[in-house]
Design a protein around this ligand. Structure first.
Ligand code: ZN
Length: 91
């Protein structure tokens, strides 16, 4: 995050914060900006709820991805798709 306290963040930024939140605690400003965005943006609110439900599996997946030195560039939607695909493969 840059030094300017941005109150209006993009959906990409919100997604990043949602994913970051799974890994560690957000700063007060991060929480605030994310909350403000979630109040305004139905789409991100939906993603937020989905990640909350899938928090454990996404955490595991992020760990795996980090091992392969892949940064969190995927959207949550993409991650959930991958996760579903992995689950289906497992069965
Ligand atoms: Zn959004």
């Amino acid at each position: 995050m840059n030094k300017k306290q941005k109150k209006n963040i993009s959906c990409n930024d919100a997604t990043f914060l949602i994913l970051k939140k799974l890994e560690r605690k957000l700063s007060f400003n991060e929480k605030l900006t994310l909350t403000i965005h979630l109040l305004k943006c139905k789409k991100c609110r939906h993603l937020f709820l989905q990640t909350a439900k899938n928090a454990d599996s996404i955490k595991k997946m992020n760990k795996k991805m980090r091992k392969n030195s892949v940064k969190l560039k995927l959207s949550v939607e993409q991650q959930i798709k991958i996760e579903k695909a992995l689950k289906m493969k497992g069965k």
